[in-house]
Write a protein of this length. Structure first.
Length: 129
C-alpha cells in the first residue's frame, strides 16, 4: 500500500469514526445498559437501521432480533424515526416495538418525528404522546 492510499484510508476512517461518534455521543447512556454493552457498540439491528439497510433489518427481525433493545437510551424504533425510513419503521411496529418507549430525556418516537408521514404512522399504531 502506498502512502497516498494509506493517507486516504486513515482520513476516511477518521471521518466515519467522527460521524459515528457524533451520532451517539449526544445521547446519554441509559442507566439499564451495562458498560460492557456500551463498549461493544450498537446491536446489529440498530446498526442496520442507522445504515438504512432494509434487507438486513428484515432478516434480523425474522431471526428474532430484539426490537426492544436499547443502545445509549435509544430504541430501534427511535432510530428509524430519526432516520426517516418508513419501511423500517413499519417493520418495527409490526414486530411489536414499544411505540411509547421514552429515551433518557423523556422523548418518545412521536416527539422526535420530523415529518407528518412518520407521525401519522406512529399515531395509527397507537402512540399519542
Amino acid at each position: 500500500m502506498n502512502i497516498l492510499n494509506t493517507r486516504t484510508l486513515l482520513t476516511s476512517s477518521a471521518i466515519l469514526l467522527s460521524l459515528w461518534t457524533s451520532a451517539y455521543a449526544i445521547t446519554p447512556v441509559h442507566p439499564k445498559t451495562s458498560h460492557a454493552a456500551q463498549a461493544a457498540g450498537p446491536p446489529p439491528l440498530m446498526a442496520a437501521i442507522v445504515n438504512g439497510n432494509t434487507a438486513l433489518v428484515t432478516k434480523l427481525i425474522a431471526k428474532g432480533a430484539n426490537v426492544h433493545t436499547r443502545f445509549q437510551g435509544e430504541t430501534p424504533l427511535m432510530l428509524a424515526v430519526v432516520g426517516g425510513n418508513t419501511d423500517i419503521l413499519k417493520m418495527l411496529i409490526k414486530a411489536g416495538s414499544d411505540i411509547d418507549a421514552k429515551d433518557p430525556s423523556g422523548e418518545t418516537a412521536l416527539s422526535v418525528a420530523k415529518t407528518s408521514q412518520i407521525a401519522d404512522l406512529l399515531k395509527a399504531a397507537g402512540e399519542t404522546k
